[in-house]
Design a protein around this ligand. Structure first.
Ligand code: AR6
Length: 173
């Protein structure tokens, strides 16, 4: 699996699936969730209502259509909310692992990821990218059918940071 990094907006990525940093209610929100629901309106919300009548648990992932976006699917993950006491790092790695599993169920080959939990949910960008890299480089995900995991860094400083973590030879994973 190739790990790539671009700077930009996840809603305009030309990939099979984009990952959303959602919440347990699964009805949209702010940040990347708001952008994805706006770009994929109204189908993303309609599909969320249909597929997730009771929402989704922290650390888990599930998919919907991507509506009018270039991608085919949205893979929604619910990251841990540090401000609500969800400080267990395994919930963050679980999001990235479950996103890859759902991508494999769908047959998605290219998947774009935001930095899950590194906004409203209060984790640092370093913690989120390092959790992702640990999963992407682990033996457990070596047989995934995903051949590109693309970090979409929102803004220049995020891009610099993610790129340096991805390129660091002594980095995580
Ligand atoms: N494309 C790529 N990355 C983005 C975009 C975008 N369009 N917009 C923001 N980011 P956040 P969380 C980055 O807050 O911390 C929502 O209300 C942002 O700079 O979107 O998991 C949900 O409904 C940051 O690095 O997600 C939940 O309630 C990263 O995406 C809650 O916030 C994640 O920031 C989830 O919080």
């Amino acid at each position: 699996m190739r790990i790539t990094v671009v700077e930009g907006d996840i809603t305009s990525q030309d990939v099979d699936a984009v990952v959303n940093a959602a919440n347990r209610g699964m009805r949209g929100g702010s940040g990347v969730d708001g952008a994805i629901h706006a770009a994929g309106a109204p189908e993303v919300l309609e599909d969320c209502r249909r597929r997730f009548p009771h929402g989704l648990a922290t650390g888990d992932a599930g998919w919907t259509t991507a509506g009018r976006m270039a991608a085919r699917w949205v893979i929604h993950v619910v990251g841990p909310n540090r401000h609500a006491g969800e400080t267990d790092r395994s919930l963050l790695t679980s999001c990235y692992r479950r996103a890859l599993e759902v991508a494999d169920e769908l047959g998605a080959r290219s998947v774009a990821f935001p930095l899950v939990s590194a906004g409203v949910y209060g984790w640092s960008r370093e913690e989120s990218v390092d959790a992702a890299l640990e999963v992407f480089r682990s033996a457990d995900t070596a047989d995934t059918g995903v051949d590109e995991a693309r970090f979409v860094a929102f803004g220049r400083s995020a891009h610099e940071l993610v790129r340096s973590r991805v390129e660091s030879p002594g980095g995580p994973g």
